[in-house]
Design a protein around this ligand. Sequence first.
Ligand code: FAD
Length: 535
Amino acid sequence: MTARGAAGDHFGDPGKSRRVVIVGGGTAGWMTASYLAAAFGDRIDLTVVESAHIGTVGVGEATFSDIRHFFEFLRLAESDWMPACNATYKLAVRFENWREPGHHFYHPFEQLGSVDGFPLSDWWLRHPATNRFDKDCFVMASLCDAERSPRYLDGTLLDQGFVEQDHDESAARSTIAEYQGVQIPYAYHFEAHLLATYLTGYSTRRGVRHIVDNVVDVGLDEDGFITHVATAEHGELSADLFVDCTGFRALLLNKALGEPFVSYQDTLPNDSAVALQVPLDMDREPLRPCTTATAQEAGWIWTIPLISRIGTGYVYAGDYSTPEQAERVLRDFVGPAAADVPANHIKMRIGRSRRSWVKNCVAVGLSSGFVEPLESTGIFFIHHAIEQMVKYFPSGRGDELQRELYNRSIAHVMDGVREFLCLHYVGARRADNQYWKDTKTRKIPDALAERIEIWKHKVPDTESVYPYYHGLPPYSYNCILLGAGGIEVRHSPALDLADERAALAEFQRIRIKADKLVQELPTQNEYFAQMRADT
Ligand code: FAD
């Protein structure tokens, strides 16, 4: 790290465009570049520098439904980017074996209904129609079991109350923040490196400079602001704002600026992963419209169906499994299709930087923070961070409050997701070995422990979940609590006195609608086979 005098500052000077250097060209780097280009056009001078020698993390293929706002902000239609990224639809996360072997349940992209002021989950506890909470309360669970596409063969979206808009070039663009109450009925799976390539093209066509080189040094002035990053072959790159997208290395924020990292490891012990990319023949194998998380002896395995391969990996705790054992478990799980496929072993840094924006450096992606990928929150963190970066974009060095507000919002999102993930483990009924037994006695955030005591008597609602925005609405907590089955939850006593006919009619309506949609909609395989035949 080198030190020198104050850098020229283009902030606050309306005659000069703001210079932003993004270090790192993984999903975080290119999502940031394309979003800033879409937000600020040529009023901003953007450079991305990425190393040809230091690879990206190479995983990160499942998303949240809110990702739709990202693509809409870039004014990209599904037909523009999905085929280029081998993308498929995701209606839910399917949890297998978290309660007991052979059991599964879904956490779908679908809000939970309510009847007479009580959530449907509460009514279900009072009067379960079947033993499948998810299928009784949500349409999407049946569509996942039947491997349906959310679209008909003519491209029409199933009717779940979400209306697709045709956006012209000058129309206002949506963001996560303003659409929190609107449930988009699906998310996507895509190949992360193809998305990065696609967004590279999008960004460079809009004037983003792309440099392939190693950053070897970071220059600071006497106030601790970054003046420049030094590259091996392209000299020094100076800027007003530096975005650290260097992954777990956090080269700028943690290393150069010394911002501490707050570990979540005491509450979320999974710190390792091994991943495989397994070929898939779409004509013969099903494309499940969901991410599957299958509980294992020391963690869980993700299965993500893409157009021509399955992305799969075992997330585990190094205290309970060696990398060799983990790779063996994963290969046995996948079977012969994985025989010749190389494994990617990854050490994960679980937690967040104390502050993600310090001085003139903001970290986005793994450099900012990461929790294990159980609910596909990594790309959501990136998307949320970029939106907040635009919202709190500074006018100059003195914008301390802007940075403080940004940091608060990032910390809330990550701390909230940590609570939600902890619930999966403490709430899983499974306790058949030391790993799963320890999930019941391990420390959890104090506030979560208090909430769980409340949820035993009253299902989660807006009053009782983590109080700041973190992307997970109360219905998500209901799904995990009632699906994973390890915490006994009682219905509200008032429901013993209430007339339940309207609730029973609602369960009936959901069943009829689900059956009808299963009859009408094509499978994902049929849908994407037709899409490919048409192009
Ligand atoms: P990286 O992909 O690591 O990219 C770092 C970049 O920095 C690279 O381009 C590298 O070349 C560059 N770089 C580093 N040092 C230098 C240097 N000195 N000079 C120049 N360039 C440099 N998220 C989800 O939303 N869904 C998922 O299903 C999901 N699954 C995951 C599974 C696992 C096991 C892990 C670990 C993560 C997962 N994530 C998931 C998170 C997701 O992968 C990341 O959020 C996403 O890929 C962003 O990574 P990144 O761009 O921050 O870092």
